[in-house]
Unconditional design. Sequence first.
Length: 253
Amino acid sequence: MKPYAIEIKSVSFSYEGAEVLKDVNLTLEQGEFLGIIGPNGGGKTTLLKLMLGLLKPDQGEILILGQPAHDARHRVGYVPQYIDFGRDFPISVMDVALMGRLSKSRIGKRYTEKDRDKVKEALKKVGMGEYSHRLIGTLSGGQRQRVFIARALVTDPEILFLDEPTASVDTEFQTDLYDFLKELNKDATIVVITHDIGVVSSYMKSLACVNKHFIFHEGGKITQEMLDMAYQCPVDLIAHGLPHRVLPTHEEE
């Protein structure tokens, strides 16, 4: 039996005595597409850093693909929040994507031909192959996000984590990105932190809400309980003008 993609067992975490996450539990199968929603400051990014092994919980345990989170870091990919570059910032698309191979290249040595071939393949996969020699700062926001995804893909991750991947990009790119992630989900588990309420129920197989506490729904549907916990305001203020699916609160087992 293959291990779960993610197991979070009674995890709590505090910054300098201020509790950020309390008694979080999650069991996620491999091949899932999980969306995580919640307010700013609610603990979403902290939870992501815990799953990446960048932070250690005060209490509880996190297993990634059956291993402690820190030990599984070579098996996952990570796309951070939108990073801005000046137009003349002197680094090419190829060089940015090559950074994903650093863990597989010995420090002080040049990238190998295998590294470069892997990056070319990843850039082609995200539709950025013809831009490999362009400066990263000259690309649009959506194009840069594709490059950052390529950087994460060059490690052949079994789980891909993305933190607000559509921040500061246009609506058309948001749709393209989620279509692309849906395709990637055929080969890898996807975990996305997002504020894109209007798309989560269309693309994601499961959904969680984080605001210190944690609610998980396997159906990928937004419940009233989630919205109340995450945003503490009426649903019509959240969903106005957006395609949405708000369901009655489900009963916990």
